[in-house]
Design a protein around this ligand. Structure first.
Ligand code: NAD
Length: 260
């Protein structure tokens, strides 16, 4: 199971989990597209990872909520490399508030990045995969695709929604050799999570230590954070798996937080 020579678009991959997935794919010889909001950040990550090789990367500016920007970014990849084998729809944000205080604009912004982003990038990539008769789509879900936490109404709603989209694409894509799966990580220490620790401590009136040990890691089997490398390994398996046997699924990688 290798990604050597495969063209893989990863959204939100200038940092965090997406960047680690890009690094894992490049280590296996893939051609990776670092698609992120800011072109300079995307290009800097692409240059850093290309230097490690043996695969290579290019940076593309893409706001996943902007249909024209998504379509232009995907077309740029086709112009450059002529094909798209893997899409990792990973870009995401977190906003926490109690429901009764949740600003409607924040609700819409979060849902748009996670759900419109997944829809628009899939819609743009699928025709190229269908034409080739193969492809793999991976959505970045979360334990919050299957479990709820206070303060995260928008995030939990969005991450649950991805499970539905995933199953539809698995069914529609099957006859074209296209698979779709969701990765559901537990807490991973990225900028997205670092930001939440003081925010949740303030909103819940508890210490930052309690946010980490009781809220974030309280449900794990060993009180450990999941790492970006753990998630990247699962992303590699979903991308490189050779047949339709593995499609429409969601896999929790979380140190045992939420067991199915
Ligand atoms: P991060 O903040 O480190 O990275 C997110 C990336 O997405 C950034 O590079 C950002 O620029 C980009 N981005 C944001 N909005 C965008 C947009 N509109 N268009 C394109 N790019 C955009 O966060 P992360 O922790 O690496 O999160 C990546 C994904 O993993 C998210 O979908 C998140 O919900 C999910 N996730 C994270 C954790 C965790 O604990 N960190 C756990 C489960 C799931």
């Amino acid at each position: 199971m290798t990604l050597k020579g495969k063209v893989c678009i990863i959204t939100g991959s200038a940092s965090g989990i997406g960047k680690a997935i890009a690094e894992r794919y490049i280590a296996d010889g893939a051609k990776v597209v670092i698609a992120d909001l800011r072109l300079d950040a995307a290009q800097a990550t692409a240059a850093e990872l290309t230097a490690k090789g043996p695969g290579e990367a290019i940076g593309v500016e893409m706001n996943v909520t902007d249909e024209a920007a998504v379509n232009a970014g995907v077309q740029a990849v086709i112009d450059h490399w002529g094909q798209i084998d893997v899409l990792v729809s990973n870009a995401g944000i977190q906003i926490v508030h109690k429901l009764e205080e949740f600003p409607y604009d924040d609700w819409k912004k979060l849902l748009s990045i996670h759900l419109d982003g997944a829809f628009l990038t899939s819609k743009a990539c699928l025709p190229h995969m269908y034409k080739a008769g193969s492809g793999s789509i991976i959505f970045m879900g979360s334990v919050h695709s299957k479990e709820a936490s206070p303060l995260k109404s928008a995030y939990v709603t969005a991450k649950h929604g991805l499970l539905g989209l995933n199953k539809v694409i698995a069914k529609e894509g099957a006859e074209h050799g296209v698979r779709s799966n969701v990765i559901c990580p537990g807490f991973v220490k990225t900028p997205l999570v670092e930001k939440q620790i003081p925010e949740q401590a303030k909103t819940l009136g508890i210490s930052e230590e309690d946010v980490v040990n009781k809220i974030m890691l309280g449900g794990t089997v060993d009180k450990e954070f999941t790492t970006v490398e753990d998630v990247a390994e699962v992303a590699h398996m979903f991308a490189a798996f050779p047949t339709n046997a593995l499609t429409g699924q969601s896999l929790v990688v979380s140190h045992g937080w939420f067991m199915e």
